[in-house]
Write a protein that binds this ligand. Sequence first.
Ligand SMILES: Nc1ncnc2c1ncn2[C@@H]1O[C@H](COP(=O)(O)OP(=O)(O)OP(=O)(O)O)[C@@H](O)[C@H]1O
Ligand SMILES: [Mg+2]
Length: 335
Amino acid sequence: MSTRLDSKYFTLDENILTLEEYLRAKQWIDTEEKILQIERAGEGNMNCTFRVYTDAASFILKQSRPWVEKYPSIMAPFDRIYSEHLYYTICSSQPLLQRMMPKCLRFDKNNRILMLSDLGREGDCLSLYQGEELSYSNTNKLLLYLHTLHRIKLDNDNKKALLNQEMKDLNHFHIFDFPLQNENGLNLDTFTPGLEDVAQSLKNDLSYVARVKECGKIYLENGDHLLHGDFYPGSWIKKEKDLYVIDPEFCFLGAREFDLGVFHAHLCISRAHISKEVCFDAYEGFQDLDMRLVYCFSGIEVMRRLIGVAQLPLDYSLEQKSRLLEGAKKLVLDA
Ligand SMILES: Nc1ncnc2c1ncn2[C@@H]1O[C@H](COP(=O)(O)OP(=O)(O)OP(=O)(O)O)[C@@H](O)[C@H]1O
Ligand SMILES: [Mg+2]
């Protein structure tokens, strides 16, 4: 399958001359400005994301296409970058959020290309799964980020524009549905021999499957709060001891418990055991949230990251994964 868009769109690629022409025509670079280098910005799967160096600056260009960049035979919502752009625009009016995100510099709606400030090459926080610590101060900053995000008041136009229904449906499928489908075609033994049997025993537990389905329905409900929607270490970028948040393409209006649950899940996975001890204090008023729902979403996120499609870079043994899955099931059933 071709990975080029049809001729009415500009296809972002590593060709310096055509990119220079495109950026000049858009007046995103000066007439005399020259591109020196174009490189993949990082390890993304969904979109085409480049870092561009010119003789004056560097910046990030991200283009959404009607397919998943890494697997072009899998379709994906073409307009997903609209929600990402709107999220950046809305958050830029909140100083605390803007300080923790790249700046949204330009947007080409027709070609689905977003220009972001470059946070440098340190990359994301996936190294947390290899034993790197998330400091107390950065944990609190991330919670403060969520707290500030969840308090944003939106007008009706933005509420409508942020439904992000297609991405929400896609995420719903991969979190709440696909991992527990019998014979979904994913051979988990290729990740960890024996994992298939462990997954099967979860799929056979009807009360567990029913509770996951119920939480899926809650996920699909419309809420009043703007959520990031994919708040995990792959969306946190390191830069000189500070953390920045990127990639809000799964943002939507929903239950705050979802963002907190996903956050909790990844702290559990990175420490390789389930713990309710994550301190939510920095999220002011967290006691008023439905903590049972936070833990349910957390358990489900752990499960889908171990037996679903969106695998993480984990070098855990079968025993470690089984223990995590057992703990995750308890979170869902006992919460
Ligand atoms: N503003 C930025 N500054 C520095 N690096 C960035 C920036 N934006 C993205 N990157 C790098 O590019 C990678 C991919 O970006 P991003 O996560 O936005 O793409 P994606 O295609 O949506 O990824 P995924 O498939 O994980 O959803 C990031 O992990 C990061 O390393
Ligand atoms: Mg993404």
